[in-house]
Design a protein around this ligand. Structure first.
Ligand SMILES: Nc1ncnc2c1ncn2[C@@H]1O[C@H](COP(=O)(O)OP(=O)(O)OP(=O)(O)O)[C@@H](O)[C@H]1O
Length: 247
């Protein structure tokens, strides 16, 4: 199977510049591959680095070493070397991100928030609106809320708007950071369906799911992040400024 995403030997150490340059090694050589239509679930105890790895795949964090190869617009691209402008393009067209929290934009309606990724890909407005409405309906977001900005929505409503936004565009790769965290059983089942549909159209998915039921229903592979037995806080030898790309 050709991979959509290939992670090899990724190491990541956080350097806490405002705390005496303490170094916190988190990822000690993460390696796995995700094929089209496959879902890899990141697994491991709390604090082992699941979120860090997922964010690193999205280009939020610089790595110490290793490669993160993605198939992007017919070419193989190493995310660890991609300049910011390329990252923006990858995030627009190739890698979608669904976290448990919606980044609320003041005065923009829920419907527009959901439509945005498809419009940014150059999609047709009417089609984006129809798709957004279908997704919001499936995710049980009441219609009277669609025209409102989601700032005042409940946590679960915001999360469902965020999920609709993440699934509206057919990204080849999807990164899911606990997308079912504050959902009830009915809406969790809808998210499982959306993930299965995305896999069926060939999306490669990497996710974190604390809910065991959801994990079992969507995972093709579990990637266990080994606790770094040598992990310890070590003082930085030389102060190298660490640049991070924001999401
Ligand atoms: N931005 C950061 N700066 C410094 N340290 C960080 C940062 N983000 C995470 N860490 C540290 O990295 C380690 C891994 O955190 P991470 O959130 O990736 O774990 P996790 O496996 O996702 O945990 P959980 O299951 O509890 O969400 C933790 O010890 C955390 O304190």
């Amino acid at each position: 199977m050709t991979f959509a995403l290939n992670v090899s030997n990724v190491r990541k150490t956080f350097v806490l510049h405002n705390q005496n340059g303490i170094r916190l090694p988190v990822l000690a050589g993460a390696s796995f591959s995700v094929g089209q239509g496959e879902c890899v679930v990141l697994h491991g105890r709390s604090g082992t680095g699941k979120s860090t790895l997922l964010r690193t795949l999205y280009g939020n964090y610089l790595t110490d070493s290793g490669r993160i190869e993605v198939q992007h617009q017919g070419q193989l691209l190493d995310m660890t070397q991609a300049p910011p402008r390329t990252l923006v393009n990858v995030r627009r067209h190739t890698i979608g991100w669904v976290s448990q929290f919606l980044r609320v934009i003041p005065r923009i309606s829920a419907l527009e928030v959901v439509m945005q990724p498809m419009i940014e890909q150059g999609g047709n407005r009417a089609e984006a609106k129809a798709r957004a409405e279908r997704l919001l309906t499936r995710l049980n977001v009441p219609e009277h809320l669609w025209a409102l900005a989601p700032a005042t929505f409940s946590g679960g409503e915001q999360q469902r708007v965020n999920i609709a936004r993440g699934f509206i565009a057919d990204y080849p790769i999807l990164l899911l950071d606990e997308p079912t965290a504050s959902l009830d059983a009915t809406n969790r089942a809808v998210v499982v369906e959306l993930i299965r549909e995305a896999k069926a159209r060939g999306a490669a998915i990497v996710g974190i799911f604390h809910d065991e039921d959801v994990r079992e229903q969507v995972a093709d592979q579990l990637y266990e992040i080994q606790p770094d037995s040598d992990r310890k806080q070590t003082k930085q030898q030389t102060a190298t400024p660490q640049e991070e790309h924001s999401a």
